[in-house]
Design a binder for this molecule. Sequence first.
Ligand SMILES: Cc1cc2nc3c(=O)[nH]c(=O)nc-3n(C[C@H](O)[C@H](O)[C@H](O)COP(=O)(O)OP(=O)(O)OC[C@H]3O[C@@H](n4cnc5c(N)ncnc54)[C@H](O)[C@@H]3O)c2cc1C
Length: 128
Amino acid sequence: MLIEANALSDPDDLKTAISCVETLREIGNSAELRPFVAREVMPGDLTGAELETYLRDAVTTYWHECGTAKMGRDPMSVVDGHLKVYGVEGLRVADASIMPRISTANTMAPCVVIGERAAQFIVADHDS
Ligand SMILES: Cc1cc2nc3c(=O)[nH]c(=O)nc-3n(C[C@H](O)[C@H](O)[C@H](O)COP(=O)(O)OP(=O)(O)OC[C@H]3O[C@@H](n4cnc5c(N)ncnc54)[C@H](O)[C@@H]3O)c2cc1C
């Protein structure tokens, strides 16, 4: 199977990546870190289109694919707040696919929480 990740195909993803570089520059150039920082090594003195090209060349998915069966209420949502698949009786999804957005940190711990919540929902449904 071939998965085309389509990284940075949404303009918002590129904006987020640029904002990430800007935040890191702010931290790296702060007065507090000045004694420890000689210069910005990467991406260096790049802005605008050059920075965008740098990001497009440098970005990787980090294997955190998620959100293909997202939880929510809009027409693209697949599961409700109890992980139940809309329109299908007796089916829940409990994995990274239900994340409405990618988590800001790594995805494994949220998957554990999703699994724990699924167990709670199932126990609650059958505990009578
Ligand atoms: C190389 C790599 C490194 C990563 N490193 C980190 C990290 O350091 N920290 C972090 O937080 N996250 C990391 N992740 C991400 C994290 O592993 C995933 O987000 C997480 O495991 C997703 O959990 P999941 O339950 O959705 O899917 P998975 O963990 O993929 O679980 C799916 C399970 O379903 C089973 N399965 C598939 N088809 C069937 C079938 N037909 N019948 C029965 N079983 C089936 C599979 O064998 C698998 O066990 C990494 C991912 C990769 C690929």
